[in-house]
Design a protein around this ligand. Structure first.
Ligand code: DGJ
Length: 728
């Protein structure tokens, strides 16, 4: 609910468990007055007190009042160059050459339903789910209006934000920073949690108290990156899974981003998050506007677990789109780790012949099916079927898979090109390259200039011809390198600072077309594994390959970190061979299955080489997953232990929304001989109901949550067990 007190210019955003408040003060400064546990109302600006701070300047409206300074006030969208020395939200390069922005309140509008953003991903919500508040600020000297958008999802405790900057003057001006969210706190005794790593070890939580000055993460790689995720948390020092005040901030953006937190001189904190100002310089002609990507905030008064569950619900209900929103997604087999580039139609059909009777439903043909793509040095850009490998094209292959009862999916990497390709030979200027410099290679490929509509149209036409040639039900959209040499041959020198963002808008345009033209196709995102795992992609691709690391034990960490923001149903996870191809570790097939089914679930190995015993396990796993699909994919997710704690085991739990059933999964670390008796307290049950545990134990919910389930002696390193709990 959005409460607008027009007299006092006080705006209170109420969700089920939280309250967010802002107020335009006597000088028109939009103050941030409160974000926290739900309160009935009232004006929280009494918390903000003025004091003569010697080195903090005073805006002209304050006259001789030296207690009023932008440098100390908690603000909703900070300005720059006019007396707030903390992190700016916006930077303008004005026609005069000045770099400043000074914003004052001008008006508001409240609307039913959630706002949408043209060309950008955003949470979706009809009138029954969300409301919108738009606050307009103005910089009269710069002749610029700034619209702050708020989407309020009451049930999910989610508040989204976006920003539109409009040039109302007669001359062009330049925008060099435009954050999506600025969140000020009157306190700074907070921890910052970021989700960091590298290729094959993405999104590992890193937590540290805020220290004086600016700290944060970001990417200048043109994509969210393996190294840092555009999701951060600020929480009290003692906040844990089930206790403490936590604030999440998630950016729905697939390009370079920045998330900075600042602890300022008087122990206030500010979080600013948005697209990365690195190499960003956007020209706004008279009357033109720029829209910054959406950010989504969740405040949880009771711990990190609740924060995650609110994000999970919001993402599942309001970000993920049909056809996948309500349907069960297929269990898949992907041939990448089974064959790499070395396959033909018969080999694929061989794998499928083993897969289908094991309950696997979708066959995904990965990289290597097109052009001269026999290794990763050539072929990208030539999106036609290599008929030496696949005689008769998809038209011949897909019916063979269908006969086995399997649907078909295909891998593409539309944003890329190899120099050894017909596309590059014909259009070398279509790749991002800096004049007079040789282009930088990565995986021996270059990046196509997706800021250009002609380049996108060409690639889309090629790919769409392939997708229309057969009954394709799934597409894996890969992206295997970061952007360098970011220069577009199609833009003049003064607009080169727009290329990074225009590239992302181009990717979104392609994805939008793909989804519109092929609404029945499930698109999985991928970027060298988990290099672009974020909300912007999830708007178009309901699932994203979590990591190129398929080792079950490393995956415990990767999936744990990912779960802080993103639900199980978004995490691409597969069972692969042992010794694992990335780290050589040997884990039991059961364990690999238990870990992969805490994601979208599939296999990525040559099943035709499996023993009968392994096949029997796979048959059991696919049946179990399908039986408990709703619970696993749409239930509430609880992290029971952290794999980073080096304890004897890692455990997690899915609980149905009505608390009538739960599934607890446990994976051991390295075991020792004289193992102590272990019990695992579970979470989220109804304390008043009685639950049957794996049909051999019946206990009340309160007992299971307080005392726990007795764990068996682990039979070896990295072994797994599961407990299915059913309320009687
Ligand atoms: C990187 C992906 O993460 C892999 O799963 C695979 O699709 C390769 N690219 C193919 O080149």
């Amino acid at each position: 609910m959005i409460l607008c007190d027009e007299k006092n210019l006080l705006f209170t955003l109420q969700t089920k468990n939280t309250t967010y408040q802002l107020k335009a003060d006597r000088h028109g400064i939009l103050l941030h007055t409160y974000y926290g546990p739900k309160i009935a109302g009232g004006d929280l600006s009494y918390l903000i007190r003025g004091m003569d701070r010697g080195c903090s300047p005073n805006p002209p409206e304050a006259g001789l009042d030296r207690t009023y300074s932008l440098d100390t006030l908690p603000q909703e969208y900070s300005s720059c160059g006019v007396g707030d020395f903390r992190l700016p939200s916006i930077e303008l390069e004005l026609p005069s050459g000045s770099r400043s922005a000074s914003l004052r309140y001008r008006g508001f509008e409240r609307r039913p339903g959630k706002y949408a953003l043209e060309g950008l991903p955003a949470f979706r919500g009809g009138e029954e789910a969300a409301e919108t508040l738009v606050i307009t600020l103005e910089d009269t000297a710069a002749q610029v209006a700034v619209e702050l958008y708020y989407g309020v999802f009451e049930e999910e405790d989610l508040i989204t934000r976006a920003v539109r900057v409009i040039n109302q003057g007669g001359e062009p001006l330049r925008l060099t920073r435009c954050a999506s969210v600025c969140l000020d706190f009157l306190r700074s005794d907070l921890d910052l949690i970021t989700f960091d790593g590298c290729h094959m070890m993405e999104r590992c939580p890193d937590r540290a108290p805020l220290r004086s000055g600016v700290q944060g993460v970001g990417s200048v790689r043109g994509a969210a990156s393996h190294q840092h995720n555009p999701f951060v948390v600020l929480c009290g020092h003692s906040a844990s899974e089930d206790y403490g005040l936590c604030y999440g901030a998630m950016l729905l953006y697939s390009g370079s981003f920045e998330a900075l937190a600042e602890r300022s001189q008087y122990d206030n904190a500010r979080l600013v998050m948005g697209l990365n100002p690195y190499h960003f310089r956007w020209t706004l002609q008279s009357g033109e506007s720029f829209t910054a990507p959406e950010a989504a905030m969740v405040c949880s008064p009771c711990g990190l677990g609740q924060m995650s569950r609110q994000y999970h619900r919001a993402i599942r209900h309001h970000l993920i789109d049909a056809p996948c929103a309500g349907e069960r997604r297929p269990v898949l087999i992907n041939n990448w780790e089974a064959t790499y580039f070395n396959f033909d139609a018969d080999k694929l059909v061989d794998i499928a012949k083993t897969a289908a009777p094991l309950g696997i439903e979708l066959f995904v043909m990965d990289d290597g099916w097109f052009g001269q793509r026999n290794d990763d040095n050539r072929g990208l850009g030539d999106w036609w079927v290599n008929t030496a490998k696949l005689p008769g094209g998809l038209e011949a292959l897909v019916p063979r898979l269908k006969e086995l009862g399997m649907t078909f999916g295909i891998w593409i990497e539309p944003e890329m090109v190899n120099e050894d390709s017909d596309l590059y030979r014909a259009h070398p200027d279509w790749a991002l390259t800096i004049p007079r410099r040789s282009p930088t290679r990565c995986r021996n490929q270059l990046v196509l200039d997706f800021s250009r509509a002609d380049v996108r149209d060409y690639v889309y036409a090629q790919i769409s011809a392939v997708l229309s040639s057969a009954d394709v039900r799934y597409v894996k959209w890969d992206m295997n390198r970061s952007l360098t040499d970011v220069y577009s041959a199609a833009l003049p020198p003064e607009r080169q600072g727009e290329v990074y963002h225009r590239y992302v808008l181009g990717v979104y345009d392609m994805l939008r077309r793909l989804r519109a033209d092929y609404p029945h196709i499930l698109v999985e995102g991928c970027a060298g594994g988990g290099g672009r795992f974020e909300g912007g992609m999830l708007y178009y691709t309901p699932q994203i390959w979590c990591s190129d690391n398929t080792d079950a034990i490393d995956r415990l960490k990767i999936q744990y970190g990912t779960s802080f923001c993103y639900p199980v149903s978004t995490m691409g996870a597969h069972v692969s061979v042992v010794p694992n191809e990335e780290n050589g570790r040997v884990t039991p097939m059961e364990t690999r299955g238990v870990v992969a089914m805490a994601g979208t679930f599939g296999y990525e190995m040559d099943l035709s080489k499996c023993t009968e015993e392994e096949k029997a396990i796979i048959r059991r796993q696919t049946a179990f997953f399908k039986e408990h699909y709703e619970l696993i994919q749409r239930g509430d997710y609880y992290r029971l232990t952290s794999p980073f704690d080096h304890g004897p085991y890692t455990a997690w739990e899915h609980v149905s929304p009505d608390q009538s059933e739960a599934l607890v999964s446990v994976v051991s670390g390295s075991v020792w001989a004289a193992q102590s008796f272990l019990t695992l307290p579970v979470k989220g049950l109804d304390p008043r109901r009685t639950y049957r545990v794996n049909d051999d134990l019946t206990l009340p919910g309160d007992v299971l949550m307080a005392a726990g389930i007795p764990l068996p002696q682990f039979p070896g390193d990295y072994t797994a067990c599961q407990f299915y709990l059913k309320a009687e």
